[in-house]
Design a protein around this ligand. Sequence first.
Ligand code: 6PG
Length: 229
Amino acid sequence: MNSRPLDWRVLPDADAVAEAATRIIAAAAVDAIGQRGAFRLVLAGGRTPEAAYRLLAHQGADWDLWEFYFGDERCLPADHAERNSWMAEGAIWSQVPLNKRKVHPIPAELGAEVAAEHYARIVAAAAPFDLVLLGVGEDGHTASLFPGQPLNSEALTVAVHEAPKPPPDRVSLGLGALQSSRYLLVLATGAGKREALGRWQAGEELPIARVCHGQRVTVLLDEAANPGA
Ligand code: 6PG
């Protein structure tokens, strides 16, 4: 299905995945800053990305040249503990000397439609992103693009309702933004991910497969998530 082979890397456990992700992100930052003077990084929600952010925060970097965006957000108050931005605030944004004007959370507290429209303007100004981190759900969703919901190939952002994973209202980057990015880094750990990864490898058109189709992609997974184990 993919016109480019995906780069699948199986690592022993979730800690090793977080460490490898940290190394890839740091190297991408050096590369992007060297070539373009800025590093535009899209964060993912989820447990494994959070572990990687905590590791990253302990590294030295040209933090004032990093720009942070988000792949999706839950329509909850801005300071809600289940917001992806709240997780990033605790794991990295509050831990390093950032230029706060370069931190771009999705304003999902405004409601899905308003926030999606607002964020589309931010994405249009920032794209192409240098590196997009993505998680994978047990059902093959990624960001907040869920199976069974229509995928518009042009959309920069999507207002999502009735998401099967709570909360039902969300905002996600769309295929248009994700597929124009320079590099996608997918993180998947734990036995719960094995079936979805197997379906993706078998060529099923899951959202994660649609997003990664034809792109430059590395998938970091642990042994527990490995469908080939
Ligand atoms: C969300 C996340 C979601 C997540 C995957 C994997 O808002 O729910 O952005 O897309 O990345 O569900 O999450 P885990 O790594 O925690 O399994």
